[in-house]
Design a protein around this ligand. Structure first.
Ligand code: COA
Length: 194
């Protein structure tokens, strides 16, 4: 697979070591801002220049509702959202996990979102957060884990494949851009044990 070239920023990352903690509703605004900025960096090359990353106020409100576990949302909120934070509490990335939201979820856990600030790409933060999220799903008792990723999101697909996940053949239109497809990746939960 051809991959985009994002060389590691060793110096920047070495100056900003991160630790992982659970998100709280007070983190909603900072997460929403990172979500929009990272979406722009990752998806504008795929969606085109008219892509705005979404309305920030709507994102803040939907993150606030997700983080309080609001079950009146149109979709199932994540059970856990892990944050990678620097010593000065800058959020470097987040990973949201929970039971699969598929129509026939079986006994699958889902990695619902994984977003790392572009300032931290290729610094190991994605690895750290993904391992925290999948460890939770494994301990929660799911036997298999799934995630959905845009077919054209080569950077993320390379990341997942490096972690041993593989496409399981399922495909569906992207929610916001139905002309584009999402593909489903899957792994046995036991295979995520570090
Ligand atoms: C995909 C993403 C989560 C990776 O996070 P990251 O912190 O940069 O990843 P890491 O530094 O932990 O990389 C771990 C491994 O993944 C692979 N990888 C990560 N970025 C890659 C890239 N741009 N090209 C190829 N492989 C890559 C590498 O094998 C890497 O190991 P290495 O650095 O030892 O070679 C991050 O780029 C991101 O947030 N992208 C935008 C949002 C997104 O697309 N999320 C997924 C939605 S489904």
């Amino acid at each position: 697979m051809l991959v985009p070239d994002n060389s590691r920023r060793y110096t920047e990352f070495a100056l900003k070591p991160v630790s992982v903690r659970l998100a709280t509703p007070e983190d909603a605004e900072a997460i929403a801002r990172l979500h929009v900025a990272t979406s722009l960096a990752a998806y504008r090359p795929i969606f085109g220049d008219d892509y705005t990353g979404g309305d920030i106020d709507e994102r803040i409100e939907s993150w606030r509702r997700m983080l309080v576990g609001d079950l009146t949302l149109a979709w199932m909120p994540p059970e856990k959202t892990y944050l990678a934070v620097t010593a000065d509490e800058t959020i470097a990335g987040f990973c949201a996990v929970g039971p699969s939201r598929d129509a026939e979820p079986g006994d699958d856990g889902e990695v619902m979102m994984l977003y790392i600030s572009p300032d931290f790409w290729r610094g190991g933060v994605g690895n750290l957060l993904f391992d925290s999220g999948t460890a939770y799903l494994r301990e929660r008792g799911f036997s298999e884990l799934i995630l959905w990723v845009l077919e054209d999101n080569v950077r993320a697909r390379s990341f997942y494949e490096k972690k041993g996940w593989r496409p399981d053949g399922a495909k569906k239109p992207s929610f916001s851009r139905p002309a584009l497809s999402q593909v489903r990746y899957r792994v046995k939960a036991a295979a995520t044990r570090a």
